[in-house]
Design a protein around this ligand. Sequence first.
Ligand SMILES: [Zn+2]
Length: 230
Amino acid sequence: MKKIFILFSILICANSVIQAQQSKDSVMARLTSLRDDYVGKIKAMGYTPRLALPPIVLDNPRSFGNYDDSLNVVHTCYWPTLEPEGKAVFDNFAKQMGHGMNGEKFFQLAVYQWIFIHELSHWWQACQNYKSDPYETEKGANRIATAYWNDRDLKFYQFMLSVFQGVVDHVPSPVPAGFAKEKYLDDNYQKLPGGNAYTWYQSIMIVEVSKEKPFETFKQAIALAGKPVK
Ligand SMILES: [Zn+2]
């Protein structure tokens, strides 16, 4: 009886390991297919990217996504191994702006779609040798991500825009009185990634980009590496 119980326990453990593994595989498959769509669209415009396709690593960076230009790698997150504080961020967003979705579903939309394309846009900026101050570089990645989603999935773009507008409406500005928000980010960039201040900055940029005229197409955003149309 005892032996059978032990065998049974081992089988259950093995099964849950396989399930976790499959789930990680399905996340990788989802992200790989999105990366390949993004890069495929760029190639279809006639560009040959200077850098190799960036590998994707699921290691939970503090800002929920990161492009490391020194290694040409995109870092993203994996819900089952995300710290409780990280999960709480998305549980909160889901509760306030998720129209009934749970934290994990909100996380999948925000991290695997929005932030992931934002990070790939930093890869494209690196491909184009784009160099600017942190504020303009971040805003440029947001401009490209905005154009990509506006072209590909308008409903999703409008949903994310409503979330970012909600942040701007409800989260107090981290910029001290008398400072320009652009310069304040440029001067404090190393301290900011992750946390409310950084979320506020990303949100205000995305809201501003949404009101730009002309509003960039993905083709223009790629051609300009995220710089605004003059
Ligand atoms: Zn960024």
